[in-house]
Design a protein around this ligand. Structure first.
Ligand code: 13P
Ligand code: SF4
Length: 304
């Protein structure tokens, strides 16, 4: 089908299904362009829950669609490609969480939203990359378990030298790939640019960062700061909204070939249309797990 016709069909079906289309900041440009809302995973889920849409089509990865279902149990939630998964979220199993809880029975469990509903359900509270430091700061316990991202945990540890953060050794393969050498190279090529790193990057990269921020934090900083040039240490897809929202500023990427999350690129206009046509692939979360996972998300929202 010709591109313009595809777009028209998607918009017609969206009306018919009373659907809302959400796109994560890393999605391909044509998906970001057609979406009703774009942003980070949690903000998208929360905004969608406040609309009267009956169907949420989440253009992102599985845990994001699951989070949308956790906060909007009455809405039908669709992920256009069933196999779009987050490699980090899939590194940890519920058994891993239970093992850690058994080893450190007094330590509260703080879980990054980049995790499955089952893992969230076993946690005391969730966090995002933007609020992890604040969430951990609310606990008086000296030992805290953080899951599943060791890099976010080690970044958070820097703020609490009197605490011991026990972490699971999960990581985002694409953020973890970025090396300090690549960052130094980019800094040499663009000496005026400010380097902003995502907390999923390894500690040696964080050491070189002028700022550390989530994807929505990076979008905010690029708008607010007077700097004209930025080196962006996150998945390469973020360069599209950054450049679109700041046409007068320059954004450079230190490793554009390596920092590509393949699951984030699986959604196309064709499979988005097919998702709306066939109402697939529906994301279902067992109610008992959903309620427990919801409580962990709710507790985070009460803190931030
Ligand atoms: P944000 O929550 O910063 O959007 O990050 C999502 C993600 O998948 C990072 O790799
Ligand atoms: Fe998961 Fe990394 Fe992809 Fe984000 S970029 S969805 S953390 S695999």
């Amino acid at each position: 089908m010709e591109r313009q016709r595809l777009i028209e069909r998607i918009l017609e079906l969206k009306e018919k299904r009373k659907a809302i289309i959400l796109a994560h900041n890393y999605q391909p440009p044509e998906i970001q362009d057609i979406a009703d809302l774009r942003g980070d995973s949690l903000e998208l889920s929360l905004k969608a829950s406040k609309t009267d849409a009956e169907v949420i089509v989440f253009c992102g990865v599985y845990f994001m669609a699951e989070t949308a279902k956790i906060v909007s149990p009455k809405k039908k939630v669709l992920l256009p490609v069933g196999s779009a998964c987050c490699e980090m979220a899939d590194m940890i199993t519920p058994e891993d969480v239970l093992r850690l809880k058994e080893a450190y029975p007094d330590a509260p469990v703080v879980t990054y939203v980049n995790s499955t509903a089952e893992v969230k359900a076993l946690s005391d509270v969730c966090c995002t990359s933007a609020n992890a430091v604040k969430v951990v700061g609310t606990f008086k316990e000296k030992q805290i378990i953080m899951l599943p991202d060791m890099n976010l945990a080690r970044y958070t540890q820097r703020f609490y030298p009197d605490k011991k953060i026990i972490y699971f050794e999960g990581f985002c393969p694409f953020h973890h790939l970025l090396t300090p050498e690549e960052v130094l190279e980019a800094k040499k090529a663009h000496p005026e640019a400010l380097f902003i790193a995502h907390p999923e990057c390894r500690p040696e990269v964080i050491d070189l960062a002028d700022r550390v921020a989530s994807t929505s934090g990076m979008l905010r900083l690029a708008k607010e700061l007077p700097n004209q040039e930025f080196i962006i240490g996150t998945e390469v897809g973020l360069l599209y909204p950054l450049s679109q929202q700041n046409p007068d500023k320059k954004f450079y990427h230190p490793a554009p070939e390596k920092m590509v999350c393949p699951s984030m690129k699986k959604i196309t206009l064709e499979n988005l249309l097919s998702s709306l046509e066939n109402l697939e692939f529906e994301v279902v979360v067992e109610e008992e797990i959903r309620v427990k996972a919801y409580n962990a998300v709710k507790k985070m929202l009460e803190i931030v």
